[in-house]
Design a protein around this ligand. Structure first.
Ligand code: MN
Length: 258
């Protein structure tokens, strides 16, 4: 099931995206699927007539992992860290499909990072890897935009990773997906940048979420970003970035200088 958040000009609402007679339609649902039972409102709109929004605004946080694909660690001139390298993005970094990514004024070098994002379904604390699946609502595409110059200049990655619009997600949450071996790629203006597979993660989704839950309590709607494959590159102002994950879809965002 594909859970989307959308607007047709009025208040945002949730919907289920389904193909009908070869055409993608959005079936509006009441409330918020994280907290309420999924019930149709009767609203049915062609997907092409809605504006998709970030499928979830995390209630508290986005937890990310650095260097979770060996080939990406290598291209950054590093090795895979012995201990998982975690960092946070605030929920104010999250934007949706088509929303502009605003390059911060202090950076001349903003880079894309295609990532599989895990959407947490229920409060999670001190999970074992075996318990993780029961706490996951589904998966979406994410872009962990990074100000590389700021990242090099500082040990803490606040300026590098936490800026507004640095975490586009979408186009929707796919709830029926096995995350262990999915093609993941990115393009800049249609030209391939990254081309990898989630099978190359150093630590699996279950291992990452379990370990994160030993540090912080994960709340419904929180996101876990699972690292990026090799091929990252700087994205110039005026360009457009696509992130595609097998079984989910494509997230597109323009890059602009604010
Ligand atoms: Mn990343």
């Amino acid at each position: 099931m594909r859970i989307a958040r959308f607007t047709t000009g009025d208040d945002p609402m949730y919907g289920i995206v389904q193909s009908k007679d070869g055409r993608d339609m959005v079936y509006g649902i009441t409330g918020d699927p994280l907290y309420t039972e999924i019930r149709p409102t009767g609203t049915i709109v062609p997907l092409q007539d809605v504006r998709l929004l970030a499928p979830v605004i995390p209630r508290s946080k986005v937890v990310c992992v650095g260097k979770n694909y060996a080939a990406h660690a290598t291209e950054m001139g590093d090795e895979v860290p012995e201990q998982a390298l975690f960092f946070l993005k605030p929920n104010t970094a999250v934007v949706g499909p088509g929303d502009p990514v605003m390059m911060p004024a202090y950076s001349q070098e903003v880079s894309l990072e295609a990532e599989l994002a895990v959407v947490i379904k229920r409060m999670a604390r001190d999970l074992t890897p075996e318990q993780v699946a029961d706490h996951v609502l589904g998966y979406t595409c994410a872009n962990d935009l990074t100000a590389r110059d700021a990242q090099r200049a500082e040990n803490q990655w606040f300026r590098a990773k936490a800026f507004d619009t640095s975490c586009p997600i979408g186009p929707w949450i796919e709830t029926d997906l096995e995350p262990s071996s999915l093609a993941i790629s990115s393009t800049v203006d249609g030209e391939t940048a990254q081309q990898g597979s989630t099978a190359d993660m150093v630590r699996s989704v279950a291992e990452l979420v379990a370990e994160i839950s030993s540090v912080v309590t994960l709340l419904p709607g929180d996101l876990v970003l699972t690292g990026t494959p090799a091929g990252v590159r700087t994205v110039p102002a005026g360009s457009s970035v696509d992130i595609t994950i097998e079984g989910i879809g494509t997230l597109s965002n323009p890059i602009v200088r604010r």
